[in-house]
Write a protein that binds this ligand. Structure first.
Ligand SMILES: C[S@@+](CC[C@H](N)C(=O)[O-])C[C@H]1O[C@@H](n2cnc3c(N)ncnc32)[C@H](O)[C@@H]1O
Length: 203
């Protein structure tokens, strides 16, 4: 899909994302995913800041990137309400250039479904993270059940057209192929939701 069209699609969805952020959707998983993070944090494809309420701002310096100006505007509003200092970057994550090994944690929630080349983003995540840092992912993808998988494959073209998200990505395989070393993971909703805590495998 043309990049500008995709950005407009996410701009239009930003009001709904803000509503979900205010309703604390997926609170339990988000809270658990980023519990204990500290230091320099990079959150990619931040949306409207759905994870902001769960950061301990006394312990983190947060940089947050997204390519949708409306998502970022709403995220800035949420940050302001929570009295959080956030360094916002408006950029396509697939083209984002940041110094290597500059973050203690890289956080991504519900973002790998969106990129044209998620493998490239995962490789960059690994490089942006310090060698002793951590990567925290909460991503949706293919479920475990064969019927569910088939439905996800069939519905994927329409899902992508409507929302900009792919429904049929094999998240575990992508993360394993990226060279990240998984320390802990959880699967929910028939294996469609993955919570992954990983380290950059620099061996
Ligand atoms: C499904 S939303 C998730 C938002 C947020 N991370 C959350 O957990 O609610 C996907 C987000 O990724 C952003 N996004 C998608 N593709 C992107 C890209 N190539 N570069 C930057 N942001 C992108 C969208 O603008 C949107 O904010």
């Amino acid at each position: 899909m043309d990049q500008q069209k995709l950005i407009r699609k996410f701009d239009k969805q930003s009001a709904l994302y803000e509503e979900n952020t205010r309703k604390r959707m997926l609170r339990e998983w988000r809270q658990r995913l980023i519990e204990g993070v500290s230091g320099d944090i990079l959150e990619i494809a931040v949306g409207t800041g759905a994870n902001f309420p769960y950061y301990d701002m006394t312990k983190v310096r947060l940089t947050a990137a997204d390519f949708s100006p409306m998502m970022l505007k709403r995220a800035a509003g949420i940050a302001n309400e929570l009295q959080m200092q956030v360094n916002f970057i408006e950029s396509d994550i697939e083209k984002l250039v940041l110094p290597e090994q500059s973050f203690d944690y890289v956080v991504s929630t519900l973002s790998l479904c969106g990129y044209d080349n998620p493998a490239h983003v995962l490789r960059n995540i690994r490089q942006w993270c310090r060698p002793d840092g951590r990567i925290c992912l909460m991503e949706h993808g293919l479920g475990n059940n064969i019927m569910l998988k088939s439905a996800q494959h069939i519905l994927n073209p329409i899902a992508h057209k409507i929302s900009g998200c792919h429904w049929n990505r094999d998240i575990m395989q992508m993360v394993k192929d990226s060279g990240l070393q998984i320390e802990r993971m959880e699967q929910h909703w028939g294996g469609m939701i993955h919570l992954i805590w990983a380290v950059p495998d620099n061996s």
